[in-house]
Write a protein that binds this ligand. Structure first.
Ligand code: FES
Length: 132
């Protein structure tokens, strides 16, 4: 624990205090090549943290506002589908990601959703017992 404490309380503050950050806008124009080179590592770290934060927020927004259904029949209170088992000739893939344009059947849209969000959803495949 001492290592972490020392890093946070001593090493990092000392490193940041030693950076050639000017006190005025005009000071940026007076920095030398060595000063600019010494600013590259912290700029890379800040840029990396910013980019990671941006990607994390983008993924969270893509996941929605807590609703599972992003667009299937949003004009009704509850989406309920009835499929007569007699109509299933061999097997049927039912969408569970709520992204299919052919609802309630899977159209493969879960693949793009999984790629964009890191999710792992897929269809429920219903088969006749004799087709197993
Ligand atoms: S499209 Fe939704 S599970 Fe395949």
């Amino acid at each position: 624990m001492y290592i972490v404490s020392n890093l946070v309380k001593v090493t990092i503050p000392n490193y940041l205090a030693g950076l050639p950050i000017p006190d005025s806008i005009g000071g940026w124009f007076r920095l030398g090549v060595r000063d600019w080179l010494s600013l590259i590592p912290p700029a890379v770290v800040v840029g990396g943290i910013s980019y990671y934060s941006y990607e994390t927020i983008k993924k969270a927004r893509a996941a929605g506002n807590g609703q599972v259904n992003p667009g299937v029949r949003k004009d009704i209170n509850k989406v309920v589908d009835f499929i007569d088992i007699e109509d299933i000739t061999e097997k049927v893939s039912l969408c569970r990601c709520w992204r299919s344009k052919n609802w309630p059947y899977c159209d493969g849209a879960h693949g793009a959703h999984n790629k964009a969000t890191g999710d792992n959803v897929g269809p429920a495949v219903v088969k006749h017992k004799e087709n197993k």
